[in-house]
Design a protein around this ligand. Structure first.
Ligand SMILES: NC(=O)c1ccc[n+]([C@@H]2O[C@H](COP(=O)([O-])OP(=O)(O)OC[C@H]3O[C@@H](n4cnc5c(N)ncnc54)[C@H](O)[C@@H]3O)[C@@H](O)[C@H]2O)c1
Length: 329
């Protein structure tokens, strides 16, 4: 892919998990990369995520809710990878207004900034499978009904549709990827705010039991972060993607107990235990989920390449080396 050589790229959420991995890939492809991140402590941003490329990117610590700063930063950019977000489903229920402000209102003002200052930009938005809610059928394709089960799902849906609207009405090229559970180096592992897999990695390395909620039979699919980054890059480079929504996913589907067993067999020791679902989590749980991602395969040629076992090995090895940068006792 040579679409990004010497192109000016803005990544919102660039110090976070997926944003930092994307930045690394873009730097390797010869892009000129600017990262925007608010570094709000409860969220996934961590300057260590870009330690190895620190001299090769421009970092702007700023909040995407600051429409004046964003309008300035958007000027002259060729691509926007719009990844900043409040990602915790639980936090979206306890503090719905903040979720609305970041995941919907700020998205609209970013798009207004593009319309006024840079309508030629191409945008890729990181959406989520959460907006489908509890699946009616599996695997879930893009035509599945949308029934978010939490505030985060509703606000991400609004954010996604603002992008599609600006594509359709104003011709500002934009598309959205509905990510499934993504994991890998640089994800937040301190707590369960970003993904349960994060806290599982921490518990494993601390020698504490991994806690599996409910009967442990819930099905999920997972993408290693490099595969997710590849999809973002393909979507950015493709004119065919404009105005479209694509599911990401994997054809490897695992129950959560099977996943926990795989983790304790990686060679780092560890155990797991089944515990009752905390009621506040059960209330927003989506049950079994896995994606039909054939549309993005057909349109953009994307297929996940890293299998779960290989991806988990790389992930746990990363945190074994770098855990001090991600949590303190
Ligand atoms: N990781 C997943 O499994 C997954 C699944 C579905 C969707 N997504 C979406 O992908 C995107 C990236 O997620 P991630 O997993 O890298 O999470 P992350 O928390 O690591 O990254 C998000 C980044 O956005 C930053 N941010 C949050 N609010 C901000 C604000 N107001 N201004 C500026 N920066 C702000 C955070 O500091 C963080 O660095 C998010 O939009 C998320 O909704 C992720």
């Amino acid at each position: 892919m040579n679409a990004y050589i010497e192109k000016k790229i803005l990544i919102t959420g660039g110090l976070g998990f997926i944003g930092s991995n994307l930045a690394r890939a873009l730097v390797a492809q010869g892009a000129i990369v600017t990262l925007v991140d608010s570094l709000i402590p409860q969220y996934g941003g961590n300057p260590f995520n870009i330690e190895d490329i620190r001299d090769k990117v421009t970092v702007n610590v700023c909040d995407v809710r600051d429409s004046f700063a964003m309008a300035y930063l958007l000027q002259g950019k060729d691509y926007l990878f719009n990844l900043a977000g409040q990602t915790s489903h639980m936090d979206s229920m306890s503090d719905p207004q903040t979720d609305l402000d970041i995941n919907a209102t700020a998205q609209l003002s970013i798009l207004e900034g593009c319309r006024k200052a840079n309508p030629g930009i191409k945008i890729v938005f990181a959406s989520t499978r959460q907006l489908y809610g509890k699946p009616d059928y599996l695997p879930v394709d893009e035509t599945h009904p949308i029934r978010p089960v939490d505030v985060n799902g509703i606000n991400k849906l609004a954010g996604e549709w603002y992008h599609l609207l600006y594509n359709n009405v104003y011709g500002i090229r934009a598309c959205a990827l509905r990510l499934t559970n993504t994991y890998g180096p640089c994800m937040r592992v301190k707590d369960a705010r970003q993904t349960f897999l994060g806290i599982w990695v921490r518990l494993l390395l601390e020698g504490k039991p991994i806690k599996v909620f409910g009967d442990g039979l819930q099905l999920r699919d997972f993408n290693y972060v490099d595969d997710c980054v590849e999809a973002l890059l393909l979507a950015g480079a493709s004119e065919q993607a404009n105005g479209k929504v694509y599911n990401l996913g994997s054809s490897e589907v695992f129950g959560l107990t099977a996943l926990a067993k795989m983790m304790v067999n990686l060679g780092y020791g560890g155990t797991y235990e089944l515990i009752p679902f905390p009621p506040e989590r059960k209330a927003i749980d989506i049950g079994d989920y896995y994606s039909d991602f054939s549309l993005i395969t057909q349109d953009l040629g994307w297929l996940p390449k890293v299998d779960l076992q290989a991806g988990l090995k790389r992930t746990v090895a990363y945190y074994q080396t770098h855990h001090a940068q991600y949590w303190t006792e």
